[in-house]
Design a binder for this molecule. Sequence first.
Ligand SMILES: *[C@@H]1O[C@H](CO)[C@@H](O)[C@H](O)[C@H]1NC(C)=O
Ligand SMILES: *[C@@H]1O[C@H](CO)[C@@H](O)[C@H](O)[C@H]1NC(C)=O
Ligand SMILES: *[C@@H]1O[C@H](CO)[C@@H](O)[C@H](O)[C@H]1NC(C)=O
Ligand SMILES: *[C@@H]1O[C@H](CO)[C@@H](O)[C@H](O)[C@H]1NC(C)=O
Ligand SMILES: *[C@@H]1O[C@H](CO)[C@@H](O)[C@H](O)[C@H]1NC(C)=O
Ligand SMILES: [Ca+2]
Length: 411
Amino acid sequence: MARSSITMKWVSMFMLLLLPHFTLTTKADDGLVGNGDFEASPSNGFPSEALVESPTEIPSWKSNGTVELVESGQKQGGMILIVPQGRHAVRLGNDAEISQEFPVEKGSVYSVTFCAARTCAQLESLNVSVPPASQTIDLQTLYNVQGWNPYAVSFNADSDSFRLVFKNPGMEDDPTCGPIIDNIAIKKLFTPDKPKDNAVVNGDMEEGPWMFRNTSLGVLLPTNLDEETSSLPGWIVESNRAIRYIDSDHFAVPGGKRAIELLSGKEGIISQMVETKPDKDYSLTFSLGHADDKCKEPLAVMAFAGDQAQNIHYTPNSNSTFQTANLNFTAKADRTRIAFYSIYYNTRSDDMSSLCGPVVDDVRVWFAAATSLSKFALSRLSLLIFERKCQQGKRINPADKRALKSENQIK
Ligand SMILES: *[C@@H]1O[C@H](CO)[C@@H](O)[C@H](O)[C@H]1NC(C)=O
Ligand SMILES: *[C@@H]1O[C@H](CO)[C@@H](O)[C@H](O)[C@H]1NC(C)=O
Ligand SMILES: *[C@@H]1O[C@H](CO)[C@@H](O)[C@H](O)[C@H]1NC(C)=O
Ligand SMILES: *[C@@H]1O[C@H](CO)[C@@H](O)[C@H](O)[C@H]1NC(C)=O
Ligand SMILES: *[C@@H]1O[C@H](CO)[C@@H](O)[C@H](O)[C@H]1NC(C)=O
Ligand SMILES: [Ca+2]
């Protein structure tokens, strides 16, 4: 005890000494990276139809291969190219890449949010890396009719700088079929403290990737099996398909500002390993709702906790956009997997093709509530009796005292 407080003092003194230096080293701020929206004009102006091949032509970025700045309204073979935000975006040709280097805080986890669109119907993918780590994003699945989506991937800062690379690994016959990317932002993630009465980390989903205030499409979280490096701290997306991270500015969210929307039925699974005590009874509770995004009902989830599984249907209620659901289980080990997926493959009722689904938020795992609740009620009752008796100036007889004592002990 004493030693740790001394250590704390030393640490704080150290911090004070180091603080001036901390402010000197600039770390990348949360938000857009340098020219992350590709709106900064190249020195020779925006090319209306030129190829940019020299490495310095896109301000703040290095490029290799056929990298093209595209403009909104630009046509290609009768098709208007998609520019997710503003007037400009970048298109990566076969095997082409763009990269940017910036300082980060070593030891932290950073999430990278970016918007990507495919241009042709071919198999398109994007390799996002902070070498040697990399992640391949499948752009084949169309999650909405807009034709583009924000995605988030995350990386560990193993050193104090990041070289963030976007590469089109494709070798298409038509070299203009490469993906278009735009709006690249980063956010340093923190892992929220586990609340005292909840074994779930980030159960309220409030900590997650950067979200653009303007973008109403949420952010897709693709497959990520590494729980240490997750854009949604604590959680992993263990399926082939992505799930959607949503914000209360554009969707109905049960609690706080963020939640998740499950997409693609069984192909979109989110899970977490929570700490449990073997042979103890637990209750998994969570909010189940609709995102108010015209998602065609019915909505339902399959919830898992250890060896228990249960499907739970969302019941529309004009007074609320969510309900509370629960699942009881007995822990078998010191770690228990909880997981969710959507039972149905839902789409929006207005366009019949944008993917949507049930919303999950405020996930909680704690010792089964029933008995402790009634104990709580019981002790409240005895307290009430006790107060009454005191108010009436009556002497409490020893039997009452004993009863009060034992009731309070149950608690
Ligand atoms: C550019 O890409 C090609 C093909 O991937 C590679 O061989 C070359 O080393 C790259 N050049 C630079 C400067 O990164
Ligand atoms: C993605 O890029 C990284 C670094 O450039 C490379 O090491 C990795 O092999 C690539 N992955 C795929 C699937 O192309
Ligand atoms: C995003 O917000 C800015 C400023 O609020 C606005 O000028 C811009 O038009 C918005 N963009 C979109 C795509 O809504
Ligand atoms: C909605 O709230 C009103 C008033 O609080 C109540 O009378 C009604 O039964 C509620 N409706 C539902 C479906 O719960
Ligand atoms: C879980 O247990 C609590 C308390 O015993 C009970 O109220 C609740 O209905 C149970 N839930 C399910 C889904 O059985
Ligand atoms: Ca929330």
